[in-house]
Write a protein that binds this ligand. Structure first.
Ligand SMILES: [Fe+2]
Length: 707
């Protein structure tokens, strides 16, 4: 159950730095991978957190389970229904993605995917006819689906990247009729660009061909042609209203098309997420200034006026999900969040349901399979294989267990890279199924992103093509690397990073992050106090596996986190749970974020149960527990403090190898509560609960529990 150590150190000894003071901290050198860490201006930096707590793995539990077979009811394709045409398969893999400022993108797949020879699939793709239009019918009850929305298309414009954006096309994705499959290659984070102010969205719907040209010998030919991926944007508040339940179905009507798509999905529902509190406040200010000149504008402004506090806001987090029994258990527990009571140790009654679910990478683990679906041979170097039907199976599972009813946003992990043997077209599956460009449209706009209302909102100002009016803001999605994004939801900004994209000085990611973290002081102090960052591989983990794996990323980017005042970092990758105190540069510090690792949503690779400090190992053997430094790991060598610890590191507050998910409840501008919901072998228990404090209470950030 929840831990309440109630220890505090020099509580409220000094106020936090003002945003202006934080901004005055000197920037790092422009070309250094090891920029200097800003000095923490808080006088309480000598404080130390209480000793960390380790909950060892209970051997009566299993460390994991295998992937469910593709024949499992949750993973298998729906049976074709009787109907017109050759095959009237209903839309499947339905999910709702969190877009900008209260909007959502509804996504689904139609048609049949195929596995076979690349040449044959190419011909099939080029000969395929586009399916009927993508339509979402929605309304306020299952019986009243009286509104329609269609796919974003040419009239919609994605905001230009201040970094000099590429065009809106996503590498390797194919529009109806085949289109140009030529890719730009690389990790999706290539630099350069024309600096065009805006770009059209990729054509909708799209399908993609995943080929494996470099490792066919001895394995046959098993490339993959996807079904049609559909994405439709619902804007807020013009189409959906925050807090109201929206009932919807997707498809294109009763007619089946020649490719096998058609018909309607069953009716599902979701609660429209909150808009950015900053955007709502800015609109209210504009109205007060008389900005709304006509009756229509008055109505829109009235609709945007906050009727209540943006608190509480509940968000859920999962990582490293996969398709096992543990995965399904995690998803069922996420869906139960906010419904109170239930099994012993479940979250307290009265908590709000989650407004959104964030996934911190390693979604499917399709790359653990050879292209023919057999087990991967990890000894074969250079084999960049994946078995893409696993993505479809995962899509069915998550749709059935929550993604169709809770807006989601995802970042990529190492298992989502999926280089295709030519070393390019990375993230093709992810970017086809999670429409980043559409999710980056300013959903509050009534027409195009370029006409978004003027405001000081990080979201709306950043999504405007007139970003010169707010040069400190980032675009909602980087057009140079669409795996990088910002979501402003209620009183929080959530920034999604990519551990596997370059992070060195001058890189797309570092330049984009600089803007993503720079919230105008007046916005941070009034409407957007909370700043959360997601990345796949953790900077702070004390487990032996993946220990200090991304130390160079930490060295390059962590000073920016300190200057920006990031509150929470949520990571995956390490298949276990761990929470730190606020930490900076390998030492507890009130000026650093709390880092939380949740890389154990249920995947088949098993839990990690050993610690780099040798916890639980006989004293005489502990020295051998610490993983060796990677050869030439310059960053690990330069890191301050010890590389190996003989006990739980001082910044590690709580760790336990278990499956589960996390929730973060923003209760006020000063306090949020993090909970780790363990679901070991299906048992639903809150095993870690922690108050994250900021603002005037920042120096009390070392209070554990506090209740
Ligand atoms: Fe990973």
């Amino acid at each position: 159950m929840a831990l309440s150590l109630s220890l505090s150190f020099k509580k409220n000894q000094a106020p936090p730095p003002s945003p202006a003071a934080a901004a005055a901290i000197p920037d790092d050198g422009p070309n250094s991978l090891y920029p200097p860490m800003p000095a923490c201006p808080l006088a309480c930096d000598a404080a130390r957190p209480p000793p960390g707590l380790t909950v060892p793995f209970d051997t009566k539990h299993a460390t994991g389970s295998d992937d469910l077979p593709l024949s499992d009811a949750l993973l298998s394709a729906p049976s074709p229904s009787a109907g017109p045409g050759p095959r009237a398969a209903a839309p499947e893999q339905v999910k709702v993605q969190l877009a900008v400022d209260g909007g959502v993108v509804v996504s689904w797949v139609t048609g049949e995917a195929a596995v076979g020879r690349a040449s044959g699939l190419r011909r099939q793709l080029e000969a395929s006819k586009p399916p009927p239009p993508s339509v979402v019918q929605f309304g306020s009850s299952p019986e009243t689906l009286d509104r329609d929305a269609t796919a974003p298309s040419d009239p919609l414009v994605v905001p230009g990247s201040p970094d000099g954006g590429a065009d809106g096309a996503v590498d390797g994705l194919l529009p109806p009729g085949g289109g140009n499959s030529k890719t730009k290659g690389g990790s999706g984070s290539g630099g350069g660009g024309s600096g065009r102010p805006s770009s059209p969205l990729p054509p909708q719907p799209r399908r993609y061909l995943q080929s494996y040209p470099s490792h066919q010998a001895g394995r046959g030919t098993h490339s993959y042609l996807s079904g049609w991926n559909h994405h439709v944007l619902l804007r807020s508040p013009s189409q959906i209203t925050p807090g109201e339940r929206v009932y919807y179905r997707v498809g294109s009507g009763p007619e089946a098309d020649e490719e096998g798509g058609g018909g309607w999905s069953e009716v599902r529902s979701f609660v429209a997420p909150p808009r950015s509190a900053a955007a709502v406040a800015a609109e209210a200010r504009a109205r007060a200034r008389g900005g709304a000149k006509d009756q229509k504008g008055e109505a829109a402004a009235a609709a945007a006026t906050p009727s209540s506090s943006p608190f509480p806001l509940m968000l859920s987090f999962i990582g490293d999900l996969g398709t096992t029994e543990n995965s399904t258990s995690t998803l069922r527990h996420v869906a139960a969040t906010g419904k109170g009571g239930g099994e012993a140790g479940a979250e307290p009654d009265g908590e709000p349901p989650s407004a959104a679910l964030f996934v911190v990478g390693d979604l499917v683990y399709a790359d653990n399979y050879a292209p023919d679906g057999g087990p991967r041979d990890f000894t074969r170097r250079g084999e960049n294989a994946t078995f893409q039907p696993r993505w479809d199976a995962w899509g069915r599972m998550v749709s059935a267990l929550g993604f169709a009813e809770l807006p989601v946003a995802a970042i990529v992990g190492n298992h989502d890279v999926e280089a295709d043997g030519e070393g390019n077209r990375a993230y093709k599956s992810f970017l086809s199924r999670f429409e980043q460009a559409a999710a980056g449209i300013d959903a509050s706009s009534s027409s195009t992103a370029s006409s978004s209302p003027a405001s000081s909102s990080p979201a709306s100002s950043s999504s405007s093509s007139s970003s010169s009016s707010s040069p400190s803001a980032a675009p909602p999605v980087s057009l140079e690397d669409p795996t990088l994004w910002v979501k402003d939801i209620g009183p929080a900004r959530v920034v999604g990073l990519n551990t596997y994209a370059p992070y060195h000085p001058g890189s797309t990611q570092k330049r984009w992050l600089e803007r993503a973290l720079r919230i105008p002081p007046e916005v941070r102090n009034s409407t957007t106090p909370w700043l959360v960052v997601l990345m796949h591989a953790p900077w702070y983990t004390s487990y032996a596996t993946h220990y200090r794996e991304v130390e160079c990323m930490r060295a390059s980017l962590e000073p920016m986190f300190a200057r920006a005042g990031v509150d929470v970092v949520v990571s995956g990758h390490v298949h276990a749970y761990e929470r730190t105190s606020r930490v900076l540069d390998h030492s507890p510090s009130p000026c650093g974020p709390v880092h939380i690792t949740i890389g154990d949503g249920g995947n088949a690779e098993r839990l990690y149960t050993t610690f780099a400090d040798g916890w639980g190992v006989p004293e005489a053997k502990r020295a051998r527990a610490c993983p060796s430094k990677r050869s030439g790991d310059e960053c690990a060598a330069k890191a301050p403090g010890p590389y190996c610890y003989s006990e739980q590191p001082p910044w590690s507050a709580f760790r336990e190898p278990s499956f589960g998910h996390g929730t973060l409840a923003f209760e006020s501008a000063e306090k949020a509560t993090w909970r780790w919901h363990r679901n070991q072998d299906g048992e639903r228990v809150v095993s870690d609960e922690f108050a994250i404090l900021r603002g005037a209470a920042t120096c009390a950030g070392f209070v554990d529990g506090g209740e």
